[in-house]
Design a protein around this ligand. Structure first.
Ligand code: HPA
Length: 239
């Protein structure tokens, strides 16, 4: 079974030294993947903001990325995300699994069904994150002694700007635990292509207005530790 890990902000070091670059062309454009052979299978790595963190959230070619992973035979994906905390479900520096999202984006195409006169599906979103993968991740976190919140609701904003405190107050009232700019889009597209998907977050900050400074980010060493733990957890689960 081929797998994939998609890394976001902070995951510039995600690609293992032994992985080989694979360029995949799709009807939506090209995607760059890195392939690591593990036993009989492969883990494909993808940096959604590209090397050097140069592609903002609303300009990521999500459809090319997910289509490319489908084309190389990926059947399960773990997405890794930096987020801002809205509740104490996952506080800055800590890690968690996503179990629900609220999609507030309107500046990107979040479906493969965008043509007339073609068959389409109303893809169910009751369980947008694979229950099987979530159990595997929870068990692996326990085994590795990595503290992990087992649920949380991710609100996905347009970006690239951060939020106002008034928006964060509204998102909290809507039931969101943390905020980011990419997870809902990847989750929807993977589900449309029937690829099992799980999302792991680490919190980089209290969301706007929730700390004394207005907004401030965790220190470099704490970021590195969280990123290393999430990467290890994803890899060990898929290997
Ligand atoms: N808002 C949106 N996205 C984010 C944040 C935030 O505060 N922190 C990390 N990604």
């Amino acid at each position: 079974m081929n797998s994939a890990i998609i890394g976001g902000s902070g995951f510039q070091g995600l690609i293992p030294a032994n992985a080989e670059k694979v360029c995949v062309s799709t009807e939506y454009g090209d995607a760059t993947l890195w392939e690591e052979k593990v036993n009989e299978n492969s883990i494909f790595y993808l940096l959604r903001h590209e090397k050097g963190h140069t592609v903002p959230p609303h300009l990521i070619n999500y459809r090319a990325n997910i289509t490319a992973l489908k084309k190389v035979g990926v059947t399960q994906i773990i997405g890794l995300y930096g987020v801002g905390s809205i509740t104490s479900m996952v506080i800055p520096g800590n890690l968690g699994l996503i179990d629900q999202f609220i999609d507030l984006t309107n500046n990107r195409i979040s479906t493969f069904y965008d043509t007339l006169n073609e068959p389409f599906e109303h893809t169910p979103m009751v369980f947008p994150y694979s229950r099987r993968l979530r159990v595997l991740l929870a068990n692996k976190a326990k085994e590795l002694r990595i503290p992990l919140s087992l649920k949380g609701t991710y609100v996905c904003t347009n970006g690239p700007r951060l939020e106002t405190p008034a928006e964060i107050t509204m998102y909290r009232r809507l039931g969101a635990d943390y905020v980011g700019m990419t997870a809902a889009t990847e989750t929807i597209l993977a589900n449309e292509l029937h690829i099992e998907f799980a999302g792991l977050v680490y919190s980089m900050n209290w969301a706007a207005g929730l700390d004394a400074e207005g907004i401030s980010f965790i220190e470099k060493e704490i970021t590195e530790k969280a990123v290393d733990q999430l990467t290890l957890l994803a890899k060990e689960t898929l290997s």
